[in-house]
Design a protein around this ligand. Structure first.
Ligand code: DAT
Length: 174
């Protein structure tokens, strides 16, 4: 069996904030019955952080606390992990690493309407321009499990969810 004895696969959905991770994971969780782990929310609700970063306006995640928190679920399998970072998770946790990507102008509008401005907005747009998450994923996981997917419009979401649902449903046969 693939995936270290897991009955169901674990998928990491990563990408710059605003690329559609949470929207995609919610729909994919409904379609596959995988468990959606929204890491950003978990960091807040379970206090898995070391305070607030004033410059980047976000919590300073404590990687060790986070990994301890989700370890048992990850070993069981069947999880969709939604986070804008990927290099600190144990590599063996994931069977697929999906990197969502969005055109800069589209992303700019999405992040502005979410209220991002100044350094936070610029940093995230630069993160997308320089494909930081794709590079991070490629340097942390085997090349054949890292899948970049475009997420520019609602049709992209539907087709990404359909593709991934199909992959999940066929997983045990891989
Ligand atoms: P993330 O979890 O990556 O931060 P999100 O799922 O919260 O992103 O989406 C941010 C906003 O953009 C939200 O209002 C939904 C919208 N959106 C995301 N992906 C989209 C897409 N492919 N087409 C149209 N809108 C999208």
């Amino acid at each position: 069996m693939a995936g270290g004895g897991r009955m169901r696969p674990n998928i990491l959905v990563t990408g710059t904030p605003g690329t559609g991770k949470t929207t995609t994971c919610s729909l994919l969780a409904d379609a596959t019955q995988l468990r959606h782990i929204n890491v950003g929310d978990l960091i807040k609700t379970k206090n898995l952080h070391d305070g607030w970063d004033e410059v980047f306006e976000c919590h300073i995640m404590n990687e060790e606390l986070l990994c301890d928190e989700i370890e048992d679920m990850m070993e069981d399998g069947g999880n969709l992990v939604d986070y804008h970072g990927c290099d600190f998770f144990p590599e063996h946790w994931f069977d697929r690493v999906v990197v969502l990507q969005t055109d800069n102008s589209v992303l700019y509008d999405r992040l502005s309407s979410r209220g991002y401005m100044g350094a936070k907005l610029t940093n995230n747009i630069e993160c997308e321009i320089f494909q930081v998450l794709l590079e991070e994923a490629r340097s942390s996981y085997a090349a054949d499990i890292v899948i970049p997917l475009q997420s520019n419009c609602v049709e992209d979401i539907s087709s990404n969810v359909a593709t991934l649902t199909n992959w999940v449903n066929n997983w045990s046969k891989i």
